[in-house]
Design a binder for this molecule. Sequence first.
Ligand SMILES: [Zn+2]
Length: 253
Amino acid sequence: MKKLKGLFMALILLLIASTQYQLPASAKQTKKVEIPVLLYHVVKPDPDPNNPYQFSLEEFEKHMAYLHENGYRTLTMKQYFNILDKKAAMPKKPILLTFDDNSNDFYPYVYPVLQKYGMKATQFTVSTWVDGSWNMTSNELLTVMENGIDIQNHSVTHPALADLSREQQYTEINEATKFLKDLTGKTTNTFAYPYGSYNADTISVLEELGFKGAFKVGGGISTDQSNRYELPRIMILQEHTLDDFVRMVETGY
Ligand SMILES: [Zn+2]
């Protein structure tokens, strides 16, 4: 009888052990696809204190160091969509870095920091601003593109698209595609809404032109369930501290 009781106990222990062993495996299989997408604008050593969209280079360096030290993996745009569409495995801590408006701080300040850590990023480019007085030159865009930075579409003139007719919106998106194709040899397939402004016409134009998706402003962390034409982004502003940054990367807000 004592022997039987011992055998029973052993069986119970084995059952517990096997459940514990299986739990992490099944948890891994059902791991949700969640990818924070960060949005920066100007990043430079002396941001204008009255412009919330300009961010301090010193603080930006802390952000990238944090991501590096905490095992985040930056993605190309192609990798981002492949993971959302379950065509590629998700790394443990994926993150997409995006920069809007092809401003001329990117090449001297942001790009070297990204290079230091081997980080990928996307530059949403306004076509008529290329070679502009406060913007990146064509050569700078081509150089960063050769080194891990995706050049994607941010319209021709940066209008609030929701205020335009469908035809005007078509021109803003399609002419930027043509310009960027001529410049880079690559067809852009992702869009960022200037000022976060869009409507049903914008989405129908993007679908018609074969875009894989488009990014808005705000909305938390992107997931495989996110509407591909309303992908959320976490906007980093000058007021945000490093603590804010860590919370926003983890929670989306
Ligand atoms: Zn913009």
